[in-house]
Design a protein around this ligand. Sequence first.
Ligand SMILES: NC(=O)c1ccc[n+]([C@@H]2O[C@H](COP(=O)([O-])OP(=O)(O)OC[C@H]3O[C@@H](n4cnc5c(N)ncnc54)[C@H](O)[C@@H]3O)[C@@H](O)[C@H]2O)c1
Length: 449
Amino acid sequence: MADRYGQLMRTPAGRVLSRQLGLPAPVQLERHEPGQPVISGPVLFGGAPGGRLATAIERVLAAIQADFRAPETPAPGHEMFKALVFDATGINSSEQLLEAWAFFHGAIRRVRDCGRVLVLATPPEGCQAPPEAIAQRALEGLVRSIGKEIRHGATAQLVLVAPGAEADLESTLRFFLSPKSAYVSGQVVRLHAGARSAEHLNWAQPLAGKVALVTGAARGIGAAIAEVLTRDGAHVVGVDVPSMAHELDALSRRLRGSSVGADVTDSDAPAAIASYLLESHGGVDVVVHNAGITRDKTLGRMTEQGWSSVIDVNLNAPQRIDRELFARQALRPDGRIVGVSSISGIAGNAGQTNYATSKAGIIGFVQAWAPAVFERGVTLNAVAPGFIETQMTAAMPLAGREVGRRMNSLAQGGLPVDVAETVAWLASPGSGAVNGNVVRVCGQSLLGA
Ligand SMILES: NC(=O)c1ccc[n+]([C@@H]2O[C@H](COP(=O)([O-])OP(=O)(O)OC[C@H]3O[C@@H](n4cnc5c(N)ncnc54)[C@H](O)[C@@H]3O)[C@@H](O)[C@H]2O)c1
């Protein structure tokens, strides 16, 4: 469903209208094009004195050939930056939060359209003393507010780097600095120590030689995930219900992947999927639990069938599939599991008690298992999409659809590819330190914020 309001507001007349009436003015978000650099435009990189990440960040900025400079470096006063990167790990007390103000105060109005603001900090639970933990926690308020202030398609994130994870920044910085994170803003992401580092990664095809299972791959977000994982080098095994065989087979042919027709809730589906992966590919490296359904009704009108079908597809099936894959050792070392939650699972939604329960359960699934699987070198994270332009949201009544589209810092809906790019970052061999996160792909929606 086309966003006609967004299209109108991008015309010269629309821009005048939006300025005069104070209407939201969504800009056309920049999205990744093959062959383009990670970031185009200068990066301002600074930090509070005593921070521990300067060398690691500089190494990544050099690796991506970013044109970066320090705040002390003389630069024309009118220079506009594509990204502001601030190492806040040196902040040990709330008094020192002034360092963050000093960095951003002069620079924040010099962020280009679709620019990036990244603050890197220490997870409060990894801090040496309470005053440091308090100050590091305070940065969440700063970053989420920047996300709401900057506008013009720019985004802001807080990356919490545990002591010992300094060498594992690259995949996360590449994602958040690039147009691949177009619809992700206001997020707090944790990087853990103790990950196995992926050496000599080919960043253009990080999943080369890997096998990825994507459920619900025949259309919508699942099809976009299959496309992006294939672009990144994976052989994708798509799963969807037999009634979608035509669409699924067409996608698999186009992507040179394979397909398995199965209803993920069938009692024999986990065994059939695991057997296929073991027999045809010797195992699997990436598992994306994307298949999902809605059966909306207020709770008093909801039948047991309406409740159970949603919980079964969205929450029971991912657990059953993972149990089978682990039991048969089908998930290879350095495996990646990505669940698909929803902001309904964070904020709740009238008429969606079943759906919101299932999607909050996916967050529980991540929290319950992520620490244990990490010990085996596996990561488990989830994405939580907000309003994404798919057949699911095109079927919503007009008023609800417009509210859903506009109630976020970017004033527009996301595209399936935005969710897919986020999944691809989490699935990358370079993202071994990224574990136990639920990353919202919602343009910093006001819901559940
Ligand atoms: N579209 C959004 O705005 C949005 C927002 C938040 C979360 N999500 C989640 O993203 C995921 C994909 O959503 P979408 O919008 O692409 O939906 P969609 O309905 O377009 O696609 C879902 C796919 O899953 C398949 N599927 C459903 N039940 C299945 C089963 N039992 N076994 C195998 N396959 C099954 C469907 O056939 C379909 O191909 C879902 O988990 C959904 O809850 C979507």
